[in-house]
Design a protein around this ligand. Sequence first.
Ligand SMILES: Cc1cc2nc3c(=O)[nH]c(=O)nc-3n(C[C@H](O)[C@H](O)[C@H](O)COP(=O)(O)OP(=O)(O)OC[C@H]3O[C@@H](n4cnc5c(N)ncnc54)[C@H](O)[C@@H]3O)c2cc1C
Length: 417
Amino acid sequence: MSDGFLTDDHHRLRQRVRAFAETEVAPHVAAMESSGRVETALAQLIAAQGWIGVTIDPAYGGMGAGHLAKTLIIEELARISGAMGAMAQASQLGTATIINYGNDDQKQRWLPQIAAGTCLPTIAVTEPGSGSHVLGMRSTARRTGRGARTHYVLTGRKSWIGNSHIGHLHAVVVRTGRGSRGLSAFGVEHDRPGLTATPYRPAMGLRGFGFGELILDRCRVPAANLIGQIGDGLAIAYSSSILYGRPNLTAVALGLHQAIVDQTVSFAQHRRRYNAPLAQLPTIRDKIGLLQQRLMTARILAYHAVHQLDHGQPCDHDLINAKYLNVAASRDSARDAMDIHAAAALHTDLPLERFFRDVQHLFAPAGTGDIQLHRLAEAALGLGHRQWSQRLAHLTRHHPDATQTRTSAPAHPTAPA
Ligand SMILES: Cc1cc2nc3c(=O)[nH]c(=O)nc-3n(C[C@H](O)[C@H](O)[C@H](O)COP(=O)(O)OP(=O)(O)OC[C@H]3O[C@@H](n4cnc5c(N)ncnc54)[C@H](O)[C@@H]3O)c2cc1C
């Protein structure tokens, strides 16, 4: 059923990413788990496939393949490595800020590099003192100088920023005034004086994926790096989170969920108890049925939401619902899969305990589960605002006729003439 959303190009892309993940990513998973380091080289190899540029217009060297294609790429990477799925999704968020709000100069400066995989962007919104309360952020930008010498001086602290250690360009949202029109976004190159990424702290899961702090200590940024207009910061943060963040985390959850089901089915078929495969026990079968039911439902919601995005349909609530359900379902399935494996689940010779740890990371980013329910309640009560998928439909709509889906990396990404 969910395959009904996929074109032949989508199927080919899935096969290509799957083959890559199985041959190039899988051999690194054990080392990522044990090394306690950010996996930089593999992230660069993935970026070099052109996949961070999946939604970038071919005029800038991107694949121009749309949002369902992006979901498939992230899903297939996450099926083998949640960490590399998370890496690919995080840089898509930084890309979104430029696609949606960058001016022509910024698009020509940054998008071809992102599409080629030589520039990994990030988005830096969250702060330790505000979390979900985006408007509670305290980091600031102060304007200085005049005319061509106008700069902004950024000061503050951003936390849990995906790809903070390996990112080349951080789309940082800070305060430039009061209230909801008092936030603005700046592209901050990783080597600007005054910007520091704090060292990697290994977390519970997604080992090899770096998400950490960015410290801005009077970091001077030229006015040319202002993304959008002064006061657009909240719109940039929200639109990126809804149109890219939600479906990206959905895709990571989906890939991990598929891996959980595959692992559990294989285990139940090969594990022998009572002189028969474990899968013969009715209670185990019921649990496997439940895993399969959750996975199928989650996949339909995931693909349907981005299919609508590709077709310029209003779908914010579908994107929100898909993120909520995919994350919740993958966590529920991870727990049930642990029960099916019983004691065997607890050791690292099987990947299940890794999957269990990895899915815990998906609750918080791009809106916690509570925030998704809050937004869905607003929609039900008629309190929502105009949807981002409507406002930016001219940018999210994917025209397959005009941009034949590319399944290979751009050889020589070019800026538009
Ligand atoms: C793997 C990972 C990657 C991330 N990547 C990025 C990134 O690239 N860029 C970035 O800017 N940030 C990133 N984040 C940060 C993420 O956006 C925040 O974790 C998130 O906004 C929640 O903030 P918090 O963790 O401080 O939780 P809090 O906001 O402190 O929430 C604590 C609890 O209160 C609940 N809560 C909060 N507000 C409400 C509300 N209004 N209604 C009901 N319940 C509420 C929450 O659901 C939660 O249960 C990432 C986080 C993780 C874990």
